[in-house]
Design a protein around this ligand. Sequence first.
Ligand SMILES: NC(=O)c1ccc[n+]([C@@H]2O[C@H](COP(=O)([O-])OP(=O)(O)OC[C@H]3O[C@@H](n4cnc5c(N)ncnc54)[C@H](OP(=O)(O)O)[C@@H]3O)[C@@H](O)[C@H]2O)c1
Length: 262
Amino acid sequence: MKLTGRTALITGASSGLGAAFAEELARRQANLVLVARSEQVLTATAGRLRDDYGIRADVIAGDLAVEGAATAVAQRIGELGRRVDLLINNAGFATQGRFETIPADRDHQQVMLNVTAAVDLTHALLPAMLAEGTGGIINVASLGGFQPAPYLAVYAATKAFMISFSQALSAELHGRGIAVLTLCPGPVDTRFFEVLGSRAAAIGQQLDPATIITATLDALITGDTILVPGWRNRLTARAATLLPRRLVLATAERATRRVVAP
Ligand SMILES: NC(=O)c1ccc[n+]([C@@H]2O[C@H](COP(=O)([O-])OP(=O)(O)OC[C@H]3O[C@@H](n4cnc5c(N)ncnc54)[C@H](OP(=O)(O)O)[C@@H]3O)[C@@H](O)[C@H]2O)c1
């Protein structure tokens, strides 16, 4: 899909991959709607991108992990008089440790943000794209979504959901003008590990956010449906899909126990 002059809504635009999406899309002359909880950060980013690139950038500050969040975002888009051409479901976080030690409300928020908000926003914004016969959706999953990850159990499951949901959607929408791309990054140096509480789970080939986002937008334009940045990460993803599940699970349990729940 073409990006110049189109409007992209990015969830989790206040830091990390979301901020890199905002920068690269603005550079490519797309208009933006930036969503996250940190209003001051988003407002400063929007102002700078407007000045640097001459694009339109709006801010919708809010917590996407609460019931009805997507409806509120869609309503605000209407009030702003915007129509979203590209939805980027990027906001997300992880919990780690033995399942019984993780506060239940934290895992609940994780599922609400990583899964429910993405599904709800897709419901809210896809119909207008279909009516126009053009649009795009990028779902940010993870390399961690290709196999169960003990001690990161809920996180890996949310990302497995996103891979499955996103790939199914891309097949449903094929030939109807809507491009759907599933992005599955390996470890990236962002606030993600600060929120997680440790860098130990950064397993895999590390790439910087700007490299990943450039490759992602190029893949969207080419019409690719899934992207695992980094050849070593692609090898890991392939192995996780081809090897017997019991072997993959036992290997993952040993690798993560050592670093996440010794
Ligand atoms: N970093 C990695 O190694 C890695 C690897 C694979 C996949 N990913 C995925 O990449 C995506 C982006 O993560 P990142 O690495 O860029 O991490 P990050 O720097 O921590 O960014 C997370 C973003 O999500 C937003 N967010 C968190 N909770 C929110 C909530 N309740 N409501 C609205 N927004 C919320 C944060 O903004 P506020 O705090 O301002 O709300 C922030 O903008 C996530 O889905 C993550 O799972 C990351």
